[in-house]
Structures are given as C-alpha cells and as structure tokens.
Design a protein around this ligand. Structure first.
Ligand code: IYR
Length: 328
C-alpha cells in the first residue's frame, strides 16, 4: 500500500485530497493529531481514530494525542480534578491499545490553553466567528440541551489547538467536521494557514444499525467489556446479509455495524481474518481483505452467526490489553 492509501484508508472525508497528497509525499517530521475529551474508558469510537493514528505512525508521521481537559470542562464533563484524573487513565489505555508510546506525544490541553498568548489569540478568533456558526459547529458534539457561552468558545479553541500544537493534519470523527471547517475558514483571519483535515466514519448502533454508536445510549463496545459482554453484544447485533440494509419503515437509514467493525477495526489491525467453522459446515474461512468477507456474507457463503462469532473473538483480542490495564 502506498503512503497516501495508508494515510487515507477507511477515511470518510479528506480535506483536501491535494493537501493530504502533499503530506504523503514527504511525511518526514509531519505531525498529526486527534483530541479527545477525557472519558473514563476507551470505547470503539476512540479506537477508530486511534487506528488512524497507528496508520499515520506507520506512514512516518509524528502523532499527538490531545487530552482535552479544558474542552471537557467547557462541555460540562466534571471538575478539572476529575477530568485530569480521567485523562491519566485514558492515556494508559491508549498505550495498551497499541499507540507506540515512544512515537506519541500526549498533551493535556491545560498545559498551553491557559497561556496568555493562547487566550489573546482565542479572543482574536472570537471576533471573527459568529455565535450561530459556533453553535452549528457544536451540533454533534455538545452535551446537554441548552446552549452555553462555554459551548461557543469550545470550537474556537479547538481551531486554535491546530495552531498551538503545530500540526499538519487534524483528525477526527465525522462529528468533528464542522469544527474543522470553521477552523479552515477562520484561522487565515488571524494570519494562520487553513488546516488539512481528515475524518473517520461513524459506526452505527450495534443493536439497530441506526444512527451512530455512542457511549451514552444504545449498545457500544468498550475496554470495560468482558469477553462474555462482547459475545452477548455482538450476538445481538443487527447483521442482515448485506452491507447496504434497507431503511426502516420510518425511513431511517441503516448500516450493517458488524461489517463496519470488520472493515474499520478488525482488518486494519489484523490483516488476515479466519472465521472458524466446523468441517460439517464447510470448514474455516480465511480472508485477507474486507471486501471478500463482505462478498461472502452477501452471497450466503458466510452466515451472519459465524461472522458474529469471529467478530467477537477479534474484538476481544483488540480490547484485552486495555482491559488488563483497567483491572490493574
Ligand atoms: N471535540 C472533540 C475533542 C477535541 C478535539 C480536538 I481535534 C481538539 O483540539 C480539542 C478537543 C470531542 O468531541 O471529543
């Protein structure tokens, strides 16, 4: 796989392709980052962007993980003390998950976001951003119902992080795209470059295939899950024999979350997938790319129950090191 394909594999959106091609041509010394509001336990959403960071490390990038304590505070996630404690735990879980500690810079937002120059640049950017734009940027990120001033400051700070962390590439899930677009549009007004961005897909709810999997509602997979939890959740997953399920009767779009997890989590980390089956049911199936597994599910060669069994085993293996870390 060439550098550009590795850097962009499984991305939903690249802004812009030309900019990422230029980075891929000369990745030496280039920096990419993802920011996370610290939360107690890593879940499948964090792991998706972490996989992208692992790809970027393999392509030669320096990788920065921002543990966004001030952002979490602004988003009502607790006291500073609680959030910082959580950030420490989260860092240990990222390393257990597979981020190479020697190649990863972990930064706590409050290490620089309270500095005078940052605050003054923040105010300069506030002057360039309308409230309605800031509010729109937060639509898929904010917690709680009301709109607070804190939530308007949040995306502007996120834009400024790209400057202060001196990164060439900002990564996030698709729910971050409007913040990144705001950053592209407003940073030039304070004399900074428009940042290059890349967004990872959102995985649908495991039980229904509708919407996005989230830790606050529905069924998610996290490092707190036991082997049995994972088996139960995956067994109960929505998995019709197609990658493109029909919408619900109410017209809601649906995905196949079992296939999504194979595509975005399992194949990037394992490269080869074996679905174990007794000989009487045709024996083991062996895949070295996602597309052939998808094709077999669609043709009926691979039964959803066997796909789920294999998925539970691979997910368990991915989660095991982090689970052990939590248990320490
Ligand atoms: N908005 C992210 C957290 C976050 C991301 C980045 I990239 C930052 O520079 C700051 C915060 C979230 O929703 O978790």
């Amino acid at each position: 796989m060439d550098a550009y394909d590795l850097i962009t594999r499984n991305a939903s959106e690249v802004v812009t392709e030309d900019e990422v091609r230029a980075l891929a041509d000369d990745p030496e010394g280039k920096r990419a980052y993802v920011g996370y509001e610290p939360s107690g336990v890593l879940h499948i959403g964090h792991m998706l962007t972490a996989n992208k960071l692992i790809d970027l490390q393999a392509a030669g990038f320096e990788v920065v993980v921002l543990l966004a304590d001030v952002h979490a505070y602004l988003n009502g996630k607790g006291t500073f003390e609680e959030i910082r404690e959580t950030a420490e735990r989260m860092k240990a879980q990222f390393i257990a998950y597979g981020l190479d500690e020697s190649q990863t810079e972990f930064v706590l937002g409050s290490e620089y976001q309270l500095d005078e120059s940052y605050v003054l640049d923040l105010h300069a950017l506030e002057l360039e951003t309308t409230l309605s734009r800031a509010e729109r940027a937060m639509a898929e990120i904010k917690s709680g119902d009301g709109v607070t001033v804190a939530q308007a400051v949040y995306p502007i700070m996120q834009a400024l992080d790209i400057v202060y962390l001196d990164v060439d590439l900002a990564i996030g899930g698709m729910e971050q795209r409007k913040v990144h677009m705001l950053a592209r549009d407003t940073l030039p007004s304070i004399g900074e470059e428009s940042p290059t961005c890349m967004h990872t897909p959102l995985i649908a709810d495991l039980g229904t295939g509708i919407g996005k999997m989230s830790s606050s509602e529905g069924v998610t997979i996290s490092m707190e899950d036991s082997t049995e939890d994972i088996e139960d959740k995956v067994n109960g997953a929505f998995c019709p024999p197609t990658a493109d399920p029909d919408p619900t009767d109410e017209g809601e779009e649906r995905e196949n979350p079992v296939l999504q997890i194979f595509e975005y989590h399992v194949f990037p980390r394992f490269e080869r997938v074996v679905v174990e089956r007794p000989d009487q049911y045709g024996g083991n199936l062996d895949y070295d790319d996602y597309e052939s597994l998808e094709a077999d599910l669609e043709s009926g060669e691979l039964h959803p129950a066997d796909a789920k069994g294999a998925l539970a085993d691979y997910l368990d293996e991915l989660i095991e090191p982090g689970r052990a870390k939590i248990a320490e």
